[in-house]
Write a protein that binds this ligand. Structure first.
Ligand SMILES: C[S@@+](CC[C@H](N)C(=O)[O-])C[C@H]1O[C@@H](n2cnc3c(N)ncnc32)[C@H](O)[C@@H]1O
Length: 336
């Protein structure tokens, strides 16, 4: 996550040995403060800028690398997804056996809701949330800080490592999870823990009731579009192996079922399914499909709208019993 200077000297144009003249004109000039603020505004605006497309808003920093929106509607959906995870894990934010962590980072934090909850529950910890989008709340506990950063770039945390690194729901966001998990290994303290919680976006139905439905078509189209564009859509299934490859020990992988809708009999699964339907109904089907299908597969916005509304309609049919698998995997960096 290091930023390199954009203006590097080339060999054919070596720096001349000049004394850089100082602009002292500001001393009698009351406008210098404005110049400073306009300079910092232009620096931050590249990060705060957004891309608007097909009625949705997207990140601009590292433009194009993440294909879901970052607008209000999407932020509402992510906050509903957080409730889904809390319900699934019986109000736990993580499953790793961490003890009094001092330094914690939430990778690709989204709205920052996990980081804020974690900071509230662990006032002794300093919590960082980082993301491509600066869309997090400003009303946060004093022990949380948000950074705009690209987690697929090289990190600069080795000299100040973390006790706990957390990442959730990066399916369809990341191309090289193996590299990312190795970066986590390098940036967590010996004895510290890393936890990833993620989907297998391939849909399932134990009774075959998804076959031939709008839901089946929706996931077939978006999963193949994300895969063709190089993104990982089944990270949940592969996390345990990536943790092993990176050198973690005491690895534990837990697999969960997330139904879609209130069709399960079991009260807990019914609640989880209701939250899942709620997040998808918050424009979730459109959010997942719009950029990947229009940018990479030449679909029109209207075609995506029809695909998404057929998926949403079939999702309301209690005779269709779709579910996804979700995985929580954690591991420890060896003590020595
Ligand atoms: C589906 S959201 C999940 C957000 C959050 N982790 C949660 O569980 O609510 C994926 C997030 O990953 C962020 N993201 C995608 N690629 C990223 C990258 N290379 N670096 C930092 N953040 C990234 C997106 O901006 C988005 O906020």
């Amino acid at each position: 996550m290091t930023e390199t200077s954009a203006q590097e000297q080339t060999a054919s144009n070596p720096p001349a040995p000049v004394n850089v003249e100082v602009d002292n004109s500001y001393e009698n000039d009351s406008s210098y403060g404005d110049e400073l603020s306009s300079y910092s505004t232009s620096l931050t605006s590249s990060v705060l800028d957004y891309r608007h497309e097909n009625g949705r808003r997207y990140h601009k920093y590292r433009d194009g690398s993440y294909l879901l929106p970052n607008d209000e509607s999407e932020n509402d959906r992510l906050d509903i997804f957080h409730e889904l995870c809390l319900t699934l894990l019986h109000q736990k934010l993580y499953l790793a056996p961490i003890k009094k962590p001092q330094r914690v980072i939430d990778l690709a934090t989204g709205t920052g809701i996990w980081a804020i909850d974690f900071a509230d529950r662990h006032p002794e910890a300093e919590v960082i949330g980082c993301d491509l989008s600066p869309t997090q709340s400003t009303l946060v506990p004093p022990n949380v800080k948000f950074l705009v950063d690209d987690i697929t770039s090289d990190w600069a945390y080795e000299s100040n490592p973390f006790d706990f690194i957390h990442a959730r729901y990066l399916a369809c966001s990341i191309k090289d999870y193996g590299k990312l998990i190795k970066e986590c290994y390098r940036s967590v303290k010996p004895g510290g823990w890393v936890e990833f919680q993620d989907w297998d976006v391939y849909p399932q139905s134990e009774d075959g009731s998804i076959n031939g439905t709008g839901l089946e078509r929706y996931y077939k189209e978006i999963n193949s579009a994300f895969e063709d564009a190089g993104y990982e859509v089944r990270p949940g299934v592969k996390l345990e192996q990536w943790f092993r490859d990176a050198g973690f020990v005491n690895i534990r992988a837990e697999k969960f079922v997330i139904p879609y809708g209130v069709w399960p009999k079991d009260e807990h699964l019914k609640k989880v399914g209701a939250w899942n339907q709620a997040q998808a109904e918050a424009n979730g089907f459109e959010a997942g499909a719009l950029a990947v299908l229009t940018r990479f597969k030449n679909w029109t916005k209207d075609e995506v709208t029809i695909l998404a509304s057929q998926a949403r309609a079939d999702g309301r049919n209690r005779k269709i019993h779709m579910l996804h698998h979700f995985y929580v995997v954690y591991g420890q960096r060896p003590e020595n």
